[in-house]
Design a protein around this ligand. Structure first.
Ligand code: MN
Length: 299
């Protein structure tokens, strides 16, 4: 989306939607369904879940993306048997190998972004992180970031709630680890659903992240329809994005038991049917996000 406000304020962000709004897997018909529907709903980008990067056919996916003139990003969370946030070298090596596989996928899709819970397993830990496990995260992500730089790919660390990782639950903790990794292509990825659980409000973390904010997920507190009367103060969040002149991708994320992913639905505890009509959901979300952006740009 691109528009210029009367005072010369230019707003230009790619708007995306998570593929799980359309399809639970990535077979050829699902690729066509997800990409064509994303385009029809007026988005610029589709976020492809790459939890099993080897299950995605990059050549076919790239062809359909080009056909519909759509950009892509990839996201994943690690698993407990292939995790960086672990003291066991073998588990860390497996986690790192999966991330390099995902990076290779992004490269083949000519994408520019690999993000999500790439620093940790996506799930509930039973203990706090240890210093050794955290050091493994820093070292592995530094190697991944250096490899990603060669292809102009950015890595995003998605700060998530305490039930989905024990490591990065707040923007502050994300900024600290990015400083330790110390590579220019590692950014913070904020998600309003998680922020609503862990942050003090929807404004200050964005201001604190500033130019380190590189990717945004918009989700309702229940992860269903975006609604003016929902629990999250989106006006405040978009005001903060406008204040730091955020120019990055903004992706709508929503999950319902209507679309089931073998890899992701149970991990994210998608137990309820929050919608059936994904077209109305996605079009409504894009209109909601555009309206909030315009409102924030005018202030
Ligand atoms: Mn998210």
């Amino acid at each position: 989306m691109w528009f210029e406000m009367s005072r010369g304020v230019v707003v230009s962000n790619l708007l995306g939607v998570h593929a799980l709004v359309w399809a639970g897997g990535w077979s050829a018909p699902e690729v066509v369904e997800a990409i064509s529907q994303t385009k029809n709903a007026g988005y610029d980008l589709i976020e492809i879940p790459a939890l099993s990067p080897e299950s995605i056919d990059p050549i076919f996916t790239k062809k359909i993306l080009a056909e519909y003139d759509l950009k892509s990003s990839c996201s994943l969370g690690l698993t407990f048997d292939a995790d960086l946030n672990n003291e066991d070298d073998a588990v860390v090596a497996k986690g790192e190998a999966r991330l390099f596989q995902a990076l290779d996928l992004v490269r083949k899709l000519e994408g520019q972004y690999l993000g999500g819970v790439i620093f940790s397993a996506l799930g509930k830990y039973l203990n706090p992180p240890t210093l050794k496990a955290r050091a493994n995260v820093v070292n592995s992500l530094r190697r991944l970031a250096q490899a990603a730089q060669q292809d102009g790919i950015t890595l995003g660390l998605e700060v998530v709630n305490r039930y989905e990782s024990n490591l990065l639950n707040t923007t502050r903790s994300g900024l600290e680890i990015i400083e330790e990794i110390n590579e220019p292509n590692v950014v913070i990825h904020l998600d309003t659903y998680h922020m609503n659980i862990e942050e003090i409000n929807m404004f200050d973390p964005v201001i604190e992240a500033k130019e380190k904010l590189g990717y945004v997920h918009i989700g309702a507190n229940h992860r269903g329809f975006l609604d003016q009367n929902g629990m999250i103060d989106f006006d405040l969040f978009f005001k903060a994005l406008a204040k730091i002149n955020y120019q990055g991708v903004i992706t709508f994320e929503s999950f319902s038991s209507a679309i089931v992913s073998k890899d992701l639905s149970n991990t994210l505890c998608v137990w309820r049917n929050l919608w059936d009509d994904n077209v109305a959901l996605a079009v409504g979300a894009r209109e909601f996000i555009e309206a909030k952006m315009k409102l924030a740009a005018m202030k």
